[in-house]
Design a protein around this ligand. Sequence first.
Ligand code: HEC
Length: 173
Amino acid sequence: MKLPTAAAPLFAAVLATAQCTRPAEAPGGAGAAGAEPQFKTVATNDQVMDAIIIPNAQSIWDAVVYVDGKLVTAPKTDDDWYNLQMNAYAVAEAGNLLKIGARVKDNEDWVTFSTALTDRSMEAVRAAEKKDLQALLEAGGNVYNVCTDCHRKYVQADPNAADPPVPTVPGSN
Ligand code: HEC
């Protein structure tokens, strides 16, 4: 068992070199390990919509319902609000998923809409945190507008794309 002891100083030297030559961490970015790990994207935009964005956004929109100006559905328990907050986090992070790999359609409006999806969903996160019904309704509407803005540019405008079903209008079902 000579090798480990003999190799140890060498290994330490390599580590020290690696630490010295590692580039400075990007602001707000690269995390504890330094370099970003490689992404392995597996879902299409359609599948990210179906798997993550649609069900979680729908939960936000279904949480507050008025019929004829009368509130008929609203979150009640701490669990209700917590679950809503998690729904909103899921949509917020999905904005990042849209900005990875083959899902990226361009580096301009696509990125703007994807970032807006994250930002508007974070308004819903904060509304759920504060258990603020009105803020949640507003945030839900703002999220909805990002969906339709992006679809107007990238789905409806594409004659080869299937016309996506318009999501249920928030609070109207
Ligand atoms: C950054 C752009 C973008 C945003 C934001 C976005 N979508 Fe999409 N969505 C797309 C594209 C592109 C497609 C079509 C994908 C395809 O056909 O390959 C799509 C497809 C869909 C479809 C059709 C899915 C199917 O099974 O055919 C639905 C429904 C949908 N999106 C809902 C939503 C909802 C709800 C939101 C907001 C909470 C949203 N999308 C936000 C770009 C976006």
